[in-house]
Design a protein around this ligand. Structure first.
Ligand code: BTN
Length: 246
């Protein structure tokens, strides 16, 4: 059983940084670090994560999944993105809520949440994992630099206090994390694949200077994406090797 121990901060550089610092000092699994504002919020691919002060959720969960092989680390991405979808579908029609591979959460064609997981390993197994989550809740205006953002309020018309949203999200994360601890891997993978944005739909992708049509048919246990072209050619991509043209 995972028990959460939540600490709210008015301002941090990054909740992932604070969570990692406390992990290195021996904090227990279940530590949750949340901030009303991050001065150096980090995103995937070295991008920054911008979030207006006090309006959204930016938090990190510490887990110690020592039962998980390094080769299976993508399960942490799966359970986190699926847990966010579990939570969102309480407020939105199920078919609108999707996971853009590998772990962005979308409402329609717009991104509402991002995940940055930072791991440490011990031999062949995981040691600690800091699961950083940013969710746009009450923000209505976004910088033009962010490609296709949305927020819960823009999609539902209703504002939600970040602290309430965090409680609900932790409940969803707990359920999915405990399923992983209980080795319910097949269900996790099926639920993840069923939520994949543009699964089985021919769309445009871009890789190595070439634009092409393809449909997503699968995501491998390693996290690699499988695309199939209209001619039947099967292509495999690791994270950052392919761009969705949206
Ligand atoms: C992405 O989509 O690029 C990932 C964004 C992850 C943002 C969250 S906000 C809380 C945690 N702290 C950070 O600095 N980043 C993650």
């Amino acid at each position: 059983m995972i028990h959460f121990n939540t600490h709210w901060f008015a301002e941090l550089t990054s909740t992932n940084d604070k969570c990692m610092e406390m992990a290195s000092q021996g904090a227990d699994e279940g530590l949750v670090i949340a901030a009303e504002f991050q001065t150096l919020g980090r995103g995937q691919r070295g991008n920054k994560w911008d979030s207006e002060r006090g309006l959204n959720l930016t938090f990190s969960i510490l887990v110690r999944p020592t039962f998980l092989a390094v080769a299976d680390q993508f399960y942490l991405s799966k359970i986190t993105s699926v847990a966010i979808c579990d939570w969102l579908t309480a407020y939105l029609p199920t078919d609108l809520v999707k996971i853009k591979w590998p772990n962005d959460v979308y409402i329609g064609n717009r991104k509402v949440a991002g995940i940055l997981i930072e791991n440490s390993f011990s031999g062949r197994n995981m040691e600690t994992s800091v699961v950083g989550i940013g969710i746009n809740l009450n923000q209505k205006n976004f910088s033009d630099e962010i490609p296709n953002p949305t927020s819960l309020v823009l999609e539902t018309g209703k504002e939600m206090p970040p602290k309430n949203a965090l409680e609900e999200l932790l409940y969803c994360f707990k359920s999915r994390y405990e399923a992983l601890v209980a080795s319910e891997r097949e269900k996790i993978s099926t639920d993840y694949l069923n939520l994949i944005y543009r699964k089985d739909i021919f769309c445009k992708y871009y890789s190595e200077g070439v634009e092409f049509d393809a449909k997503i048919t699968d995501v491998l246990p390693t996290g690699e994406l499988i695309l199939q072209t209209p001619g039947g050619e099967v292509k495999k991509f690791a994270f950052k090797e392919v761009t969705f043209l949206i």
